[in-house]
Structure formats: C-alpha cells, structure tokens
Design a protein around this ligand. Structure first.
Ligand code: SAH
Length: 350
C-alpha cells in the first residue's frame, strides 16, 4: 500500500477536517467519519450515510486503525482476555482486557518490544522494534471495545513498552481518549506506568493532567535496583522521588509504586524497612507483586511469609500497601509476561 495512506486514528479532528475539506467536502462529512470510526466501524463501506463516491475517495487516502485481532485467550479463572494484535506492517503486540467491578480496563502496549532491559520482564527480552503511533494505541482500544461489546472505562499503559520512551505519541493518545467526541474517558481513569525516566516524569507533571502515575521501583536502593533494572544506572532513586513529589504537588494525584517481589533479591526485611523509610511522607501507595515467572530469568516468587512481612513493615511506615491480585495467570497475561511475538502456547483459542 502507498505510504501516503494514513491511519485515520493518527489524525486529530482538525487534521481530518482539513483533509476532507481539501477534497471539496463540507465539514459535517468529517464529523460523520469521526463518529463512525469512534463507534468502532472499521470499513468505509459501512458508513452508510456517506455517498459512495466519497467513500471511495476516503479509501484511497486512509485506512482505519491498522490493528486486527489475530488471537484471543480468555482466562477461565477471571475472564481476563489477552489479545494478540497484528499491526499493518505484520508486527505483533499484546494487550489485555481486565474486568473489574468498577469497569473494563485495558492494559495497553505503547511500543513493539522495549529497550529498558529489566531482567525480570518478558517484554524486554527481544529488545525494541519501534514505537507505536498514537493511532495504533487508539486502535487497540477501539478493537478491544468492539470485540467485548462493552464500553472501556479505564486505560492503563502497562502493556509492552516504556510509555515515556514514546512520550509525544502517548500524550496525543491520552488527550484523544479524554476528548468528549471520542471515548470521553476521564484522566482519573487513566494510568501511566514508567520505570522512572526522570526528564519525562517532570515534563508530564507540567501537562497537569490528573492522570495516575505508577512507578516501577522494585528496589529500595540504587544498588539492588541496578542489579535488576539497567535504567537505574541513569536515574537514581532520589531523583525519581524528587520528580514524584513534584508530580503530586502539580496534579494532586497519589503515586503508585510497583514493587515486584523476587525471592532473595529484594524481598528481605531490611529491604522493606529501607523502602518504608524512603517513601514515608510521600502521597503514595505501594503495590507489591510477587514476581511472575518468565522463562530464562531464573527468578522465583517470594514465599508467602516474606510477602506478608514486607507488607506489614511498609504499613508500619504509615503507607497504604496492597498485594496485587494476579489476573489472567492461566493465559500468561500478567505483568511482565507480555511479549512482542506469537509464542507456541498462544496458538490455541480458548
Ligand atoms: N515500562 C513501564 C510499563 C510496563 S508496566 C514500566 O516499567 O512501568 C509493566 C509492569 O509489570 C511494570 O511495573 C513492570 O516492572 C512489571 N513487571 C515486569 N515483569 C514482571 C514480572 N515478571 N512479574 C511481575 N511484574 C513484572
């Protein structure tokens, strides 16, 4: 297909309007197209209130979404759905739909692969291929919403990739999902998760969106952090916490610290105390996640007792703490288990 063909989801409304008025069509035609695509219509031929000649012109200029569902696994345990999605260039990503009592939440990928290199995470294993465009992120939501036939109410950028390594597209995406003429999802129902890219955290604070910010901390000090997360060599924990303070001041939002408990690496009593000391006084919440096993990492889950002790110590510092409920564990849809290619075990459809 010619490279001049554009993903309509990559356009802001004004950009679509310009394209369409340039074809000699009135502005209301752009509004009609906009409505159709955000309702989940994925073919111009189905836009029945548009003249056929106009639909043909649209087909020559645009495509819709560029994301198709190639496989779907549904958890028997909790209804979590893992989607394997193919992009227009044939690349594969994964996204997860989680059903909660408060609504439907999509855990979205922001890149094909990841270059952060965290040693416990499957998404890092093959490095990075490319960023996703804002339109490809929008298309994931629209495709999943259509498949589910229910509204998506929450978005978490915790799929494959580091959102702040694809900053501009992520911002465009968040703004678009918040817009009243698309999905109208409140910023308070969106969460961005980062391994701690400090300059982008500070930039994000300046946007003053009330988006939830989640930090993948996973260690109480730089030494332990460096042994499992290469990014720790670039940004020390002190700088991350400084940026967190600024973020909470600017947005009034509480920060969530993700802490993956890995047996004997970061789960000891002394680690919990050090973490508690460092975080005390910050408007935050600590989320403990017993590490999910990823082939080839050699890590194992902390024992139950250690998890309970870790939680107790953090509580003693006056910090709210939860142990994350594992969703979709039977379909490898849990944190850090998403990867950018089809693996053999993904081939069966449940
Ligand atoms: N790059 C971003 C977004 C990915 S979010 C970030 O680092 O925050 C995915 C979350 O799952 C992160 O908190 C990540 O650290 C965590 N994670 C990765 N591998 C994991 C594993 N094997 N078990 C549990 N959590 C894991």
């Amino acid at each position: 297909m010619a490279s001049s063909v554009i993903n309509v989801f990559d356009l802001e409304f004004n950009e679509l309007k310009d394209e369409i008025t340039r074809l000699g069509e009135p502005v209301y035609r752009a509004k009609q197209v906009w409505q159709w695509i955000y309702q989940g219509t994925d073919s111009f031929d189905d836009m029945t209130n548009l003249p056929k000649s106009f639909r043909d012109k649209l087909k020559g200029l645009f495509y819709i979404g560029g994301v198709s569902i190639v496989n779907k696994l549904v958890s028997r345990k909790d209804g979590t759905r893992k989607y394997l999605l193919a992009l227009k260039d044939g690349k594969i990503i994964e996204s997860v739909l989680m059903k909660y009592h408060y609504g439907n939440s999509v855990c979205l990928s922001t890149q094909i692969g990841c270059r952060m290199g965290c040693s416990f995470c499957a998404s890092s294993k093959l490095g990075i291929d490319r960023n996703l465009s804002a339109g490809e992120m929008v298309a994931q939501i629209i495709a999943i919403q259509k498949d589910l036939a229910e509204k998506i109410s929450h978005i978490v950028l915790m799929g494959i990739g580091e959102p702040f390594d694809n900053y501009d597209n992520v911002i465009r995406f968040l703004r678009r999902m918040n817009s009243p003429d698309t999905l109208n999802i409140s910023y308070r129902r969106m969460t961005v998760s980062t391994c701690g890219l400090v300059p982008e955290m500070l930039k994000f604070a300046e946007e003053e969106f009330p988006v939830n910010l989640s930090i993948s901390l996973h260690a109480p000090n730089d030494e332990v952090r460096k042994s499992i997360m290469p990014i720790a060599k670039k940004y020390p924990i002190d700088k991350i916490l400084e940026a967190c303070h600024i973020y909470t001041q600017k947005t009034g939002r509480r920060i969530t610290f993700e802490y993956t408990l890995i047996k004997d690496i970061n789960d000891k009593n002394e680690h919990a105390q050090e973490l508690g000391e460092r975080l005390a006084g910050l408007l935050c919440h600590v989320n403990l996640i017993p590490v999910n096993t990823v082939e080839g990492t050699g890590y194992s889950k902390s024992e139950r007792e250690r998890v309970e002790n870790f939680k107790k110590v953090i509580e003693e510092y006056g910090l709210p703490v939860t142990v994350r409920r594992e969703l979709g564990s039977d379909i490898a849809a849990s944190c850090g288990q998403l990867r950018k290619r089809l693996v053999e075990s993904d081939r069966m459809v449940d």
